[in-house]
Write a protein that binds this ligand. Structure first.
Ligand code: 4AD
Ligand code: MG
Length: 429
C-alpha cells in the first residue's frame, strides 16, 4: 500500500510502499542505510547483507542521490532513526539512476545554489521553509474566512500606480503602457464598498532598485480591506492575525521549525498586546542611536532594526507624516501633518512586515493629494467614484508573505522563502 512518509507512524509493523527519491545514504559494515524522501518527509530504510540474495544490498550500493525509486518494506519503531520510525526494506524498484546530482550535503555558496533553485528545493531546509510558507498562507486564509471575509482577487495588469511611480514594471498592452500591480488595494476598496470585508492574496510587483535581504521584485501580499473600520480597530485586527498565524505554525509545524533550528522562544512571546507607538516616538528611539536621523525622514532597514531591538514583540508605528506616505492615506483630522497610517515592524530585525492604514475618504482631499504627488487624475477616475457615491470610512493593510515567512522561519534572506525568487536582475530559473 502506498503511504506518505508524514503518516508513517500509523503503519507500525505493516508493509508499506514509498514512492520518492534517494536523499542520502550511508553504510556501516554489513548494513546499508538509505534515506528516502517523498515530498512529505524523509525516512530511513535499513538493508542488511543477508538481503543480498534479493539484490537489495547491491541496489543500495549502486543507487545515487536523487535517483527516483519505489521502496517497499516493514515499518518499525526505532528511537535512533530520524523521525522515530524506519523501514526494513523488502524491495527497491529503481525508476531512474540520477548521475552526478550537483548539490551535495556539504555547504554550497549562494551563487552556486540560486541558479540551481529547481533542484535546491529538494533539500531538507528548503522543504521545511516551503511547508511553513504553506501553513502561514493557510492560517491567514483560515483567520480571515472565520471572520467572514470574502476573498476577491484583484487584477495583475493595471493602468495606475498604487505605491509611487518609481517601482513600476511597464507592460505593453496592445500598444498602451500598463503596469504589473504593486498592490490590489485600490480595487479592494471598491470591492469593500460592494461586499464589506474582503481580502485579496496574490503576487505583487515592484521594480526595486535595492539589493537587500528584504526585497524581491515579485512578492506575495495578503491585503484585507474593511468597510467602516478605523485605524485602531485595524491595528487590533493585524495583531489578532499575527498571533493566530504564529500559534498555528508553532502547533502544526514543529518538525519543520526543528529542521530549521529555529529558536522558538521568541515566537512563543508573540502574544497580545503588541506595543503601539507613534512615528514621533519611533524617531526619538532612533535618534538615540543615529544622530543624523531627522523628523520627517522615512525609515530604512537600519532604523527598523533599531526599533525592533527595543521590543520583543512586533511593534506598530502609526501616524507617519503625510509627506512620506502614499496619496491614499487619510490625514488625521486632529493633526493634518500626520496620516492615519500604520506599519508593523517585526521582531528580531525582520523589518516592516505589514503596511496599511485608514484611507482618505474625502473626494476633494483626494484630488488635492493626487496633485501634490504629481499623479494624473484620469487613471484614478473610477477610484474617485468611490468617494462620490456613498463614501465611507475604511481601512486595510498589506502583509508581505515572504518577509513573514523569513521571520517565522528565522531565515535571514527572503530569497529562500519563495520557490523561485525574482530579484534585481535575477530571473533564472
Ligand atoms: O507597505 P506596502 O508598500 O503597502 C502597500 O502596498 C499597501 N497598498 C497595502 C495595503 O494597504 N493594502 O507593502 C506592504 C508589505 C510590506 O510591509 C512588506 O512586508 C511587503 O509588503 N513588501 C515587500 N516584500 C518583499 N519585497 C518587496 N519589494 C516588498 N515591498 C513591500
Ligand atoms: Mg510600506
Amino acid at each position: 500500500m502506498q503511504v506518505y512518509i508524514q503518516d508513517i507512524a500509523k503503519y507500525e509493523g505493516k508493509a508499506v510502499t514509498i514512492k520518492g527519491w534517494l536523499y542520502n545514504k550511508r553504510s556501516s559494515g554489513k548494513v546499508r542505510f538509505i534515506l528516502v524522501r517523498d515530498g512529505t518527509g524523509i525516512v530511513q530504510s535499513v538493508i542488511s547483507a543477508d538481503q543480498s540474495g534479493q539484490g537489495l544490498f547491491e541496489t543500495a550500493d549502486t543507487i545515487t542521490r536523487e535517483s527516483s525509486l519505489i521502496l517497499t518494506g516493514i515499518v518499525r519503531k526505532d528511537a535512533r532513526a530520524p523521525g522515530g520510525y524506519e523501514i526494513t526494506a523488502q524491495n527497491i524498484e529503481l525508476i531512474q539512476l540520477a548521475r552526478d546530482y550537483p548539490i551535495t550535503p556539504k555547504e554550497h555558496s549562494i551563487e552556486f545554489l540560486l541558479p540551481r533553485r529547481h533542484l535546491w528545493l529538494r533539500s531538507r531546509k528548503q522543504f521545511a521553509i516551503m511547508r511553513i510558507r504553506h501553513q502561514i498562507i493557510r492560517a491567514c486564509r483560515n483567520f480571515l474566512d472565520q471572520q467572514g471575509f470574502l476573498c476577491i482577487d484583484c487584477p495583475i495588469l493595471t493602468p495606475a500606480s498604487v505605491e509611487g511611480t518609481t517601482t513600476l514594471f511597464p507592460v505593453d498592452y496592445y500598444g498602451d503602457k500598463v503596469y504589473l500591480t504593486q498592490s490590489g488595494q485600490l480595487y479592494n476598496e471598491a470591492t469593500a464598498a460592494a461586499l464589506g470585508r474582503v481580502y485579496c492574496f496574490g503576487p505583487t510587483f515592484r521594480a526595486e532598485k535595492s539589493k537587500t535581504r528584504r526585497h524581491l521584485t515579485e512578492f506575495w501580499m495578503l491585503e484585507p480591506e474593511i468597510a467602516y473600520m478605523e485605524l485602531n480597530e485595524l491595528i487590533s485586527l493585524i495583531e489578532d492575525l499575527i498571533v493566530y498565524v504564529v500559534t498555528e505554525v508553532l502547533e502544526q509545524r514543529k518538525t519543520e521549525l526543528t529542521i530549521l533550528e529555529r529558536d522558538i522562544k521568541p515566537l512563543g512571546n508573540i502574544k497580545k498586546p503588541f506595543p503601539r507607538i507613534t512615528y514621533k516616538e519611533a524617531v526619538d528611539i532612533i535618534k538615540k542611536e543615529d544622530k543624523n536621523f531627522h523628523y520627517g525622514d522615512d525609515f530604512g532597514a537600519p532604523h527598523e532594526t533599531i526599533i525592533s531591538k527595543n521590543f520583543e514583540r512586533p511593534v506598530f508605528i502609526h501616524h507617519y507624516p503625510v509627506g512620506i506616505k502614499a496619496f491614499y492615506m487619510k490625514q488625521d483630522p486632529k493633526d493634518p501633518e500626520c496620516s492615519l497610517s500604520v506599519d508593523m515592524i517585526g521582531p528580531e530585525g525582520y523589518g516592516e512586515l505589514v503596511g496599511g492604514g485608514q484611507r482618505e475618504d474625502d473626494y476633494d482631499t483626494l484630488i488635492k493629494k493626487l496633485k501634490e504627488k504629481k499623479l494624473p487624475e484620469e487613471p484614478y477616475r473610477w477610484y474617485l467614484d468611490l468617494r462620490r457615491y456613498g463614501t465611507f470610512p475604511h481601512s486595510g493593510f498589506g502583509l508581505g508573505l515572504e518577509r513573514t515567512v523569513a521571520w517565522i522561519c528565522g531565515i535571514r534572506h527572503v530569497r529562500e522563502t519563495i520557490a523561485f525568487p525574482r530579484m534585481l536582475e535575477k530571473i533564472y530559473p
